[in-house]
Each structure stands twice: as C-alpha cells, then as structure tokens.
Design a binder for this molecule. Structure first.
Ligand SMILES: Cc1ncc(COP(=O)(O)O)c(C=O)c1O
Length: 380
C-alpha cells in the first residue's frame, strides 16, 4: 500500500532523514477517502486518452456498467456520474422530491443530506438518534407514521463520521411498508460491504469512487429504479447536470454521458471490478474487508481502546476510536503521521474525542499489523 507525498516541514526532514528523501516521504494510508489505490489500478489510469464519443469509450462504459450491475445485484439501470458522491445526493433531491423528504441522521453525512434537501427548497423532516446510535426500524416506523406526507427517505448506510453501520435491510423494509421512496447513501459502504439493491428495494443507491472501490476521486456511481426515472421525467426545475433522464438518454443512445466523463477514473473502476472478479468475486472481497476489520478491532482492544458507536453497529469500513485519557484525537493523528501512517481525524462533534482508522482501498494485512504496532508505541 502507499502513497502520499508532500513537501516536508523542517521537523519532518529530521524525522525522516533515514528515508533519504529530501522532499518526499511515503505514507501508509488508513484514510477514509481518498484512499490508497492498487498499483494495477494506478497503472490503468496512465492510459492515453480517447474521446468519450468513440467506440473505445462506449465499450468501456458498457463493460463498467455491466460489472457494477452484477456487483450490486440489480436489474435497475446503473449510471456513472462525473462528480463526487454529493453530486448524486443533490440529484436525488432534485429529480425525486417535490416537496418533502425525511433524512435519517447519524452524523455529519446524514446532516449533509438534510442541508442538500433544504438548500434545494425542500421541506426536510429529521430523524436523529443520539450520536453513536443507529436508526432503528422502530424509530423509523414511528417517525413515518407521524409524517405520512414525506415522499422519500434518505438513509446513510455507513455513517463515516462516527463509524456506524445502520441496519439497512430492516430499515428498507419499513420504508417500503410505508410506500416511500428510498435513497441510500452507500458512499463508504459500496465495494466493501454487501449491498443488495433489488432485494432491499432501494430506489437510488449511490457511492463515490474514492472509498471502498479504491479509485481516485472524481467519479460517482448510482443505481436508479424505474420509479426514480419516472419521477425524474415529471420533475420540474431539476437542472441539467444531474438530470437523471439525460443520463438515461445518453447511456441508452450512445453508451456515454451528456458531458465529458472522468475517463481515467472509469478505466480504474473497470479494472478494479475485473480484479475483484478474478480474485473470486465480491463475496471474497467482503470477506477480506471483514478480516481486515477484525484485525483492526482486535488490535484496538488489545491496546485497551474502545470504539465510539454502540456495539453491534460498528462500521466494517471505518473504526472510530475513542482517544485514550490524556491525549486528544488530533494528537494521535499527528503522532501517527510523524511515524508514516495517515489515519483520519475525528469528524465534527467528535473531532477532539476520537480518531478514525479507515479500512478501505489498498491495505495489506501486514500493513494493519505494522500500523497497530506503531499505534501502541505512540500511545505507549
Ligand atoms: C457517508 C458519506 N456520504 C457522503 C459523502 C460525501 O461524498 P463525496 O465527498 O464523494 O461527495 C461522504 C464523504 O466522505 C461520506 O462518507
């Protein structure tokens, strides 16, 4: 795994003199996006450009979409967006919500969804359990019973800011019992955690390239149900860039997008999906992610540290760790950086109290062991 390089400050020059690199040092990334990418994926991105109206591109587009549909176990249409995940988030609001939506909030990204809704002129109902606790089916059922006029429910599958995984299959069931539209922010889940779009009846399921797929940022992907496209057809003032019907039109007509897509990122994603298949398929991939997180958690426990979220709901892709007595989260982060490991700082309200260890992208098991050893030393 690797690689982050940047100009050294004076202190770091001394610390890393032994690396014999005056201006660059190499970091091992345990970030939560952008994350480290596999060498084969980076290699693929070196390919010479071609036009997004060429047959080469059309083939690439078709193949990537086909692989994604299989990965997500969906018959829904899947689209490639030249934006980060937040672009699709805004797209869901503009294409599918006329007046009112419900946002389930478990941290910073659920909050973002609500802000995106309001900034697009929608009325937003909020369901916000105490920080660190999941949205439960009971809470959701109660909320929807008292707000029957919401048109859609937005759920963050994996809340990256607090390291919490919501019980999505159960929540999706409640949403459908109430006959509502379901948007799933799977930004830090897709690619590392099981996602069954059709079985769970998800209308829009989206993610960014720079998380569990381990691709550089700049590409988002989403599956859109038939109902989503029907709503988009009727929507007024939905804008142009994220008009879902235009994505459908260009994909159907010429296996492309209505603007210039990030071709290098699409090449990279296609490569990553090909490698996942070659390595035994998505189930193997999820097992690897799960094994890596098991090691991280065991190491954390061995250091007498605890995770922030309620037990049973800890994220499989990001460990949000309570900083121990006497040292703040940002200090742990800085000390690890000095030793060549880039973790992630705590986020929002948890900035001082926690630090996070990403389990996404190109990280080998031996890197985990090394990182835990160093964590023990810096806390020592
Ligand atoms: C759960 C979640 N949702 C949304 C986002 C926003 O995604 P992007 O930065 O790709 O727009 C993030 C980014 O970290 C995230 O973790």
């Amino acid at each position: 795994m690797l690689v982050l390089a940047w100009p050294l400050s004076k202190g770091q020059v001394i610390l890393h003199r032994e690396l014999n690199a005056r201006w660059l040092i190499v970091m091992k990334l345990f970030t939560v996006g952008p994350v480290a990418c596999r060498p084969e994926v980076l290699e693929e991105m070196k390919r010479q450009m071609f036009s997004h109206r060429s047959e080469e591109y059309r083939e690439l587009h078709r193949e990537t979409v086909r692989r994604l549909r299989e990965f997500l176990e969906t018959k829904n249409k899947v689209f490639l967006f030249p934006s980060s995940g937040s672009g699709v988030m805004e797209g869901t609001v503009r294409n599918c919500v006329e007046r009112k939506m419900l946002c389930c909030i478990n941290g910073a990204f659920g909050k973002r969804y609500a802000e995106v809704g309001e900034s697009n002129g929608k009325i937003v109902e909020r369901l916000e359990p105490e920080l660190g606790k999941p949205t439960t089916p009971e809470l959701l059922d109660e909320k929807l019973s008292s707000a029957p006029d919401v048109e859609a429910v937005a759920i963050t599958y994996n809340e990256t800011s607090v390291g919490l995984l919501n019980p999505l299959p159960e929540l999706a069931k409640v949403v459908k019992e109430h006959g509502k539209f379901l948007f799933v922010d799977a930004v830090s889940a897709m690619g590392g955690v099981e996602l069954k779009v059709d079985k769970w009846k998800i209308d829009v399921c989206f993610a960014s390239s720079q998380k569990c797929f381990g691709i550089p940022p700049g590409l988002a992907v989403a599956s859109l149900s038939e109902g989503t496209l029907e709503r988009s057809e009727r929507a007024r003032n939905k804008g142009w860039y994220f008009d879902f019907k235009l994505y459908e039109k260009y994909q159907e007509r010429e296996s492309s997008t209505h603007m210039t897509p990030p071709i290098s990122q699409i090449l990279a994603l296609n490569k990553e999906l090909e490698l996942i298949d070659a390595e035994g398929g998505k189930q193997k991939r999820f097992e690897f992610y799960s094994e890596r997180m098991r090691r991280i958690k065991e190491g954390i426990e061995a250091l007498d540290l605890a995770l922030f979220p309620e037990r049973r709901y800890e994220s499989p892709t990001v460990a949000c760790v309570n900083a121990p007595e006497g040292i703040s989260g940002p200090e742990v982060y800085e000390r690890m950086r000095e030793r060549g490991f880039e973790l992630a700082k705590g986020y929002g309200k948890l900035k001082e109290r926690t630090f996070r260890i990403g389990n996404m992208g190109y990280i080998r098991l031996e890197d985990v062991d090394e990182m835990l050893q160093v964590l023990g030393e810096v806390l020592g």
